[in-house]
Design a protein around this ligand. Structure first.
Ligand code: DOR
Ligand code: ZN
Length: 347
């Protein structure tokens, strides 16, 4: 390491939560993730959602076919839970190694969640089975009642759903996905070792002012929506704390530009192209670059009971320009940090 070329080499990281979509969009976005990450937990909220072992197997094959030659990348599939999915199907996919976790979307909480779960009590037979076989549950943690303020939906979920769920299934492995509040960070920190959380780049960097900075900003809109500054700080403290309960999950969620810049713009931020660069900037700003590797490459596999990756990636302290837009399978996507300069470059 010299004064003008500071380099950071870490064990190859994984992305424990993201959206690839399908078809031409999927083919266009997979290379961005495969370039930085060895593995990624792939969300099942396609249209229609991935609710069967066969659908997940076929989707996995399509993703693998989209990995550029010479890149080494493994998609880790998930099962979309519905009110009436069979416990046998969920367990079979896990036992056959097709999916590694199941995803709980409260119905109506976010993009393509219409087939999600209307009442977690409907899932009890499935959750009981998952607990018994050690299959992790990924959770979109927001209540959906129209009378609950959208900025309070995550905190309310903890009291109304998560605490009762854990009381019922104390050994179930739960990943509280993309946490955005101090409430969630505190809850996970204090919870037993079978509860962890993923954290996105945007929730480390943006507070809710970003939605209205000089006008309405659809590219800062994702779900759970970005929160007050005090919450951003708390989530950031959790990510950079070194606690093994927190690990990297980008929630990269590509939508075409015209679907975001619309009178009903889609939720989702496409951060895959520069994800590691943004995380590195956060850890550097907080003076804990030495903890980036744990967050990005160690805590996730440890929680999921998977081997650490072999190999390394290197970031260099050098400016990199994020393009204003990227073309993706006939669509245009505006990436996170579009048009800005980042201070770490993926080598
Ligand atoms: O912002 C989001 N986008 N949050 C989600 O939970 C889903 C995702 C998507 O699929 O676009
Ligand atoms: Zn997501």
């Amino acid at each position: 390491m010299t004064a003008d070329t500071m380099r950071l080499t870490i064990r190859r990281p994984d992305d424990w939560h993201l959206h690839f979509r399908d078809g031409a969009m999927m083919e266009a976005v997979v290379p961005y993730t495969a370039r930085q990450f060895a593995r990624a937990i792939v969300m099942p909220n396609l249209k229609p959602p991935v609710t069967t072992v066969e659908a997940a197997r076929a989707y996995r094959e399509r993703i693998i076919a989209a990995v550029p030659a010479g890149m080494d990348f493994t998609p880790l599939m998930t099962c979309y839970l519905t009110d009436n999915i069979a416990a046998d199907e969920v367990a079979r996919g896990f036992e056959e190694g097709v999916w590694v976790a199941a995803k709980l979307y409260p119905a109506g909480a976010t993009t393509n969640s219409d087939s999600g779960v209307t009442d977690v009590a409907n899932l009890y037979p499935v959750l009981q089975r998952m607990e018994a076989i050690g299959m992790p549950l990924c959770v979109h943690g927001e209540v959906t009642h129209s009378d609950v303020d959208i900025f309070d939906r995550e905190a309310r979920f903890i009291d109304e759903v998560l605490i009762p769920l854990l009381a019922h299934f104390p050994d179930l492995k739960i990943i509280f996905e993309h946490i955005t509040t101090k409430d969630a960070a505190d809850f996970v920190m204090a919870a037993p070792a079978n509860v962890a959380a993923t954290i996105t780049p945007q929730h480390l960097v943006l507070n809710r002012n970003a939605l209205f900075e000089g006008g309405l900003r659809p590219h800062a809109y994702c779900l759970p929506v970005v929160k007050r500054e005090e919450h951003r700080r708390a989530v950031r403290r959790a990510a950079t704390s070194g606690s093994p309960k927190f690990f990297l999950g980008t929630d990269s969620a590509p939508h075409a530009r015209d679907a975001k810049e619309s009178d009903c713009g889609c939720a989702g931020i496409f951060n895959a192209p520069f994800a590691l660069e943004v995380y590195a900037t956060v850890f550097e700003e907080d003076g804990v670059l030495d903890r980036l590797e744990g967050f990005a490459s160690v805590h996730g596999p440890a929680f999921y009971d998977m081997p650490l990756n072999e190999g390394t990636v290197t970031l260099e302290k050098a400016p990199v320009d994020v393009p204003a837009e990227l073309s993706a399978g006939g669509d245009v996507i505006v990436p996170f940090r579009a048009g800005e300069m980042l201070s770490w470059r993926f080598v």
